[in-house]
Every structure is written in C-alpha cells, then in structure tokens.
Design a protein around this ligand. Structure first.
Ligand code: B12
Length: 215
C-alpha cells in the first residue's frame, strides 16, 4: 500500500538505511506509484534532516549519509520519471562546480544533492573547472544560478576570474552567482561581485530560493 511504503521510506531515510531506501523506491516503482510522489517523500525527509543539522541536532556525517541514501533512491526514480515522460518541474536551473586547481568535491556535492532534492535542475561540472568551462556551460545551459565552490585560499580568486569573464562576454546580468566553501566569507563574496554566499549546503538551498523568489 502506498501510505505504508511512504512511511517505511521516510523511516529508512531518517535511519540512513541506504539499502532499504533503494529497495522501497524500487517497490514503489513496481507497484506503479507515481515517482513524483515518491520523490516528494525523499525530499521532505532530507529537508527534515537538513533542518536538524542546521539546528545542531545532527552532525555532518549524518547529512552525508542521508545525502547518500537520497542519491541511491533518486537514481531509479529519475529513470522512472524519464521513462514515463514526466517532468521534474524544475524550479530553476543551476550550474555548479569546484573552481580550477581545486579537487575538493564533498561540499560541492552536498550543495548539488540538496538543490536537486529540493526540485532544482542541477548541472554538476565536477571539480577543477576552468573559468572558460563555466562560461561555455553558462552559454549552453542558460542557468538561473551559477554556483561555485572553493576549499583552498589559493583557488578562491578563480571565482572572481569567472565573474570577470562573464562580464566580458556580456552575460553576467543574465544569472545570479553564488559562492561557498571553507575560505569564502560574505566580505569576499561582496568584493568579487557575487550575488550570494552561505556557509552551509542547507543555507545554500534557502539562498537559491531567496534569489529566485521561491517560497
Ligand atoms: C577532504 C579534504 C581533502 C580531500 C578532498 C577529497 C574530496 N573528494 O573532496 C583531499 C585529500 C583530496 C584533499 C587535498 C588537498 N587539501 Co584538503 N581538505 C579536506 C578536508 C579534510 C575536508 C573538506 C571537506 O570535504 N569538508 C566537508 C565539506 C562538507 O565541507 P565544505 O567543503 O566546507 O562544504 C560545506 C560548505 O563550505 C558549503 N559549501 C561548499 N561549497 C559551496 C558552494 C556554494 C555555492 C555554497 C553556497 C556553499 C558551499 O556547504 C558545504 C556543506 O555544508 C579539509 C579540512 C576541513 N576541515 O575542511 C581540507 C582542506 C580544505 N585541505 C587543505 C589542503 C591544503 C589540501 C591540499 C593542498 C593538501 C596537499 N598539500 O596536497 C590538497 C589540495 C588538492 C587540490 N588541488 O584540491 C586545507 C586548505 C587550506 C586553505 N585554506 O587553503 C584544508 C582546510 C586542511 C587544512 N586545515 O589545512 N583535501
């Protein structure tokens, strides 16, 4: 029964039981349940976990385990959604990447996962992304938001380079730019002309919603 599967799925999410999350998602698909409804259960569960992390009730490993559970459920759901020809009704398109010279992927991955869990279409360019790749991707995908991550003080200035290149190409004003990662501060973000900064992945989701006027 649908409500039974959904209750068990929520439970598996908050217990970070990746195997059960995947099993229950597959069961929901077998039983013909609308994958968008199942996705909604996963989204609500991870939002709850994100809020608890934000309030200091859970720790980083909890959030990472939950993100991993979410990813394992998202994969079969995305396939089912595509095969049914349904749309994810993305709330907005976001390009994300870790800047050139920087191989740190964990925080960037968490921001990407939480954004896609919250209904945004996320194009993840990966790590060590050159400025010209960010520009080409912006021209190709025409995102609402460009999100950059940097974990090293030596690579953070790459963010300004990307913004300057977007200005040179005349496309800076077509999108909002957000930045984050260990060495990034609000002052730094203001100085390089970014539209927003937040210190955590959970707050990054709220920031994107604010910038795109989504409640
Ligand atoms: C894991 C790690 C690595 C791994 C990375 C593996 C991977 N796949 O990511 C490896 C071993 C590869 C690595 C390598 C190096 N590392 Co390292 N690494 C770390 C470590 C321990 C954890 C980083 C991490 O994942 N944190 C957990 C995530 C969840 O946090 P986060 O990335 O900050 O992301 C959160 C927020 O910042 C925010 N966020 C992140 N991105 C974005 C983007 C946006 C838009 C927004 C809004 C928010 C946002 O949301 C996230 C979740 O809440 C840190 C120490 C630390 N305490 O951070 C050092 C650290 C970042 N590394 C450091 C260094 C020096 C290096 C090396 C140069 C070491 C060396 N000598 O080789 C190399 C550089 C390699 C390279 N070119 O990138 C230094 C950086 C110092 C500095 N300020 O420049 C640190 C701080 C360690 C230290 N104290 O010295 N590292």
């Amino acid at each position: 029964m649908k409500s039974d599967i959904f209750a068990k799925l929520h439970e598996a999410m908050i217990e970070y039981n990746e195997e059960n999350v995947k099993k229950l998602v597959l069961q929901s698909i077998d039983e013909g349940i609308n994958p968008l409804e199942t996705l909604d259960v996963l989204t609500k569960s991870i939002s709850l976990i994100g809020d608890m992390f934000q309030n200091g009730k859970l720790w980083l490993p909890d959030l990472m385990l939950a993100a991993k559970c979410m990813e394992s459920g998202m994969e079969p759901l995305k396939n089912e959604i595509l095969s049914r020809g349904l749309s994810l009704k993305a709330k907005g398109k976001i390009i994300i990447g870790t800047v050139f010279g920087d191989l740190h992927s964990i925080g960037k991955g968490m921001v990407a996962t939480l954004l896609s869990a919250n209904g945004f279409e996320v194009i993840d360019l990966g790590v060590n992304v050159e400025a010209k790749t960010f520009i080409e991707a912006t021209e190709k995908y025409k995102p609402n938001i460009l999100a950059m991550s940097a974990l090293l003080t030596t690579t953070a200035p790459e963010m300004e380079k990307v913004i300057d290149n977007l200005k040179k190409e005349g496309i800076r004003s077509s999108l909002k730019i957000i930045v984050g990662g260990g060495p990034i501060t609000q002052d730094f973000a203001d100085n390089i002309g970014a539209d927003g900064y937040e210190p955590t992945a959970v707050l990054a989701v709220n920031l994107v919603k604010r910038l795109l006027n989504i409640n």
